[in-house]
Design a protein around this ligand. Structure first.
Ligand SMILES: *Cc1c(COP(=O)(O)O)cnc(C)c1O
Length: 530
């Protein structure tokens, strides 16, 4: 089969199955790109290796000392010349969307700008080129970063201690719930097996509780989008280990009864876990410690601007109350009066931290994220962080009020939202749903909002602008969404097959998730086998 220099096969249909308006499949300067297996061949290579040095030479069939281990068949990897390899990956990267390209309104994810200053600091050799097994005396600066960030997180949350090592929000949830489990067992109440979780919770909350061996029970939401406090209080009892509450919640609303809820939970001997993924809305204004929280993870990659998406990286330190701190994981840093920073590990924990439940990670956590988060915090200062939450909330309310007449906003009457605006698919034409609006937005050049979450709202569209978007960017997005929403309300049939201008059109996402095709099979070989 012939393959031309750009890797495009004239006889093959453009992947995705849609006829393209151009003969090449390219759209303007957005270039079509085949799989590397389709464009590579075994003759080409970007690197010329020298023949193996003499110690490897021997009497084996290939003239080496590998004997029967020497490969006799081709390795089956596609070969590309260096320029072909560079172009292949660069073209693929252009089909990706990221926060550096445009607005990313994904609700609950806090996709804010990642300042370049953070990146510069994280790359300083003193931070980037060290190893976690180095003697602590040689990495005092790096341990100082962990320690100083820990102090800031404790101050900002009004909590007693912090476990820095968890590597994501969900990992932090597990850490917090394991602290709760250890605390219950320490007082002989390991029989408490129920964790109460509101219906609107992120899926990681019930998953965490179940993974840690608890039984999960739902708590309903009220019509105004908040936890049904009466139902929660009615369910509290001696079998309840903890409640897990997201505040601000996933409907974008602050749980005003949080302190009363915490008091009621503590009164029956249980603990309060707070999902702190939405901390961006209240940082600098509300201290979760004042609301009676016992444990809360902080997604550094959300609130404190470290890059994320596509599954990583992340960092999820967990702040702990005085009741739970003794059970927190190892290792942690401690600064002594002489300025020396110690790393408390198993060898030294006996005296300092006898009740720890164990470790969450091999080493100390996500060092690169710590450096970036501390850079962000120090460059904003305390007043700047307060401004962050104010601007994030202002931006979300601007979107909510600008669109509430176009899209159904189920909790608009509950007052101002926090950092995200929630809409439903109520009022779209028959047969049209949230996904059609989301796909239409792609054609307008915007990453879609979070769809169908939280589950308590039908066809939910959760939009989180963050503080880093300008009014001009918001106006452009509002205009685009208004136009797409009007088309969905009018039943514009072209929306059903959107996106039309993306590298790939509407995909069968369910099929892709249920039956992913992860292995490329050479169609030539498949044909020959038939
Ligand atoms: C992002 C998020 C999580 C999970 O955090 P990860 O860092 O992705 O593991 C949990 N709860 C809520 C509400 C979130 O938005």
């Amino acid at each position: 089969m012939s393959i031309n220099a750009s890797g495009w096969r004239p006889e093959a249909p453009v992947a995705g199955g849609k006829a393209s308006p151009t003969v090449t499949g390219n759209k303007g300067l957005m270039l079509e790109e085949a799989l590397i297996f389709e464009i590579g061949d075994s003759e080409t290579t970007g690197v010329d290796f020298a023949s193996s040095p003499s110690p490897l030479r021997g009497e084996g069939p290939s003239g080496t000392s590998l004997g029967s281990l020497a490969r006799t068949t081709p390795i089956g990897l596609p070969g590309l010349s260096e320029p072909e390899a560079v172009r292949h990956y660069t073209r693929l990267s252009r089909q990706n969307y990221g926060i550096d390209l445009g607005f990313f309104p994904l609700g609950s994810c806090t996709m804010k700008h990642n300042p370049r200053l953070n990146e510069k600091v994280a790359r300083l050799p003193g931070f980037a080129d060290i190893h976690p097994l180095q003697p602590v005396d040689t990495v005092q600066g790096a341990l100082g970063v962990i320690n100083e960030l820990a102090v800031w997180l404790i101050k900002l949350t009004g909590m007693y201690g912090v476990a820095m090592s968890p590597k994501a929000g969900a990992h932090g949830e597990l850490c917090g719930i394991l602290c709760i489990k250890a605390a219950l067992e320490a007082r002989g109440e390991g029989h408490r097996k129920v964790v109460l979780v509101p219906e609107s919770a992120h899926g990681t909350n019930p998953a965490t509780a179940a993974f840690a061996g608890f039984t999960v029970e739902d708590i309903p939401a009220t019509a105004e989008g908040r936890v049904d406090t009466a139902a929660l209080k009615a369910r509290l009892g001696p079998d309840v280990a903890a409640v897990m509450i997201t505040n601000p919640n996933t409907c974008g609303l602050f749980e005003r009864d949080m302190k009363a809820i915490s008091d009621a939970v503590h009164a029956v001997g249980a603990y309060v876990y707070c999902d702190g993924a939405n901390f961006n809305a209240i940082v600098g204004r509300v201290r979760p410690g004042d609301l009676g929280i016992d444990a809360m993870h902080i997604n550094l990659h959300k609130t404190f601007s470290t890059p994320h998406g596509g599954g990583g990286p992340g960092s999820g330190p967990v702040v702990l109350s005085e009741a739970l701190a003794p059970f927190g994981p190892l290792p942690f840093t401690a600064r002594y009066a002489d300025g020396h920073i110690a790393l408390i590990e198993e060898e030294t924990a006996g005296d300092e931290h006898p009740h720890t439940f164990g470790r969450m990670t091999a080493f100390h956590g996500q060092m690169g994220m710590f450096t970036r988060a501390l850079t962000y915090i120090l460059s904003h200062g305390a007043d700047g962080l307060r401004q962050v939450s104010e601007d994030a909330v202002l931006n979300a309310n601007y979107i909510l009020r600008s669109l509430e007449k176009t899209l159904d906003a189920p909790f608009a009457a509950s007052g101002p939202c926090m950092h995200e605006a929630l809409f439903s698919d109520n009022g779209l034409a028959d047969g049209f749903s949230t996904i059609d609006v989301a796909k239409g937005l792609i054609d307008e050049g915007f990453h879609p909002m979070t769809m169908y979450f939280p589950l308590v709202v039908h066809g939910a569209m959760l939009i989180e602008p963050t503080e880093t978007e300008s009014k001009a960017a918001l106006d452009q997005f509002i205009g685009a969404l208004r136009s797409v929403a009007e088309r969905a309300k009018a039943g514009d049939i072209s929306l059903k097959s959107a996106p039309h201008f993306a590298p790939r059109s509407r995909l069968d996402e369910t099929l892709a998730a249920r039956k992913p095709v992860l292995i490329w099979k050479d169609p030539g070989l498949a044909q020959a086998a038939e």
